[in-house]
Design a protein around this ligand. Structure first.
Ligand SMILES: [Zn+2]
Length: 224
């Protein structure tokens, strides 16, 4: 399929949408009110909106290789902050998928490039669960690591200021861990939903500190 085909497809799609609902784009262009943030893998076989049957405007989406949530990733953190604090989404869904190439690469010894640094996060998940994973066949080991990776990212979101401050404000926010099956198209809930900071180890608890009562940290200018 040539790139022109994609443009043609777009024209056909836009015309079709207007035929079905003449105000469709006008309405959608004025505001978005999604209730869900989807954090998924960039894998082309896991199309977020189609998987959960939601229309444009109903799902805020962030995707990266192997659906990893890292606190120093400004991209992911900005999406999370905007989704929770501005759009006020009620649910964050981390959705991984079985047979994830990123997870598989993180288990291998071959260099893949820049993504190796990114996938170190998944090697850490493997390391923390090494004994249990070692008992499984190779196929099951990849798929179990796909699940454990999702679970880790759910907790990583719960550890953020954004999630904890939302809970402090009494804003309803649930963080879900799901996994998608490429072979059957079905999503499985991994049963690790976070609805408060209660299940989080105390070391990760963050409480808002107003500018007024922040500890006074002495400023020492750096001299060269
Ligand atoms: Zn993937």
């Amino acid at each position: 399929m040539s790139i022109q085909n994609l443009i043609d497809n777009n024209i056909a799609w836009a015309n079709n949408m207007v035929e079905e609902d003449p105000d469709y784009f006008k309405r959608l262009s004025q505001q978005q009110k999604p209730e869900y943030l989807w954090i998924g893998c960039s894998d082309s076989r896991v199309p977020a909106n189609q998987v959960v049957g939601l229309a444009p405007g109903e799902l805020f989406v962030h995707r990266n290789i192997a659906n990893v949530v890292v606190h120093t990733d400004f991209n992911c953190m900005s999406v999370l902050q905007f989704a929770v604090e501005v759009l006020k989404v009620k649910h964050v869904i981390v959705c991984g998928h079985y047979g994830c190439g990123g997870v598989r690469a993180a288990m291998g010894e071959n260099e893949v490039g820049l993504a190796d640094a990114w996938l170190t996060n998944i090697r850490d998940v493997y390391f923390n669960n090494e004994q249990k994973l070692a008992e499984l066949s190779e196929h099951d080991r990849v798929n179990r690591l796909c699940e454990l990776n999702v679970i880790t990212q759910v907790y990583n979101i719960a550890k953020t200021k954004v999630a904890q401050h939302a809970w402090d404000r009494g804003q309803p926010l649930s963080i879900h861990g799901w996994i998608y099956g490429l072979e059957d198209g079905l999503v499985k809930d991994l049963g690790v939903t976070q609805r408060s900071r209660q299940d989080l180890n105390k070391i990760y608890h963050l409480f808002a500190t107003s500018a007024d009562n922040r500890p006074d940290i002495p400023f020492s200018p750096v001299t060269y």
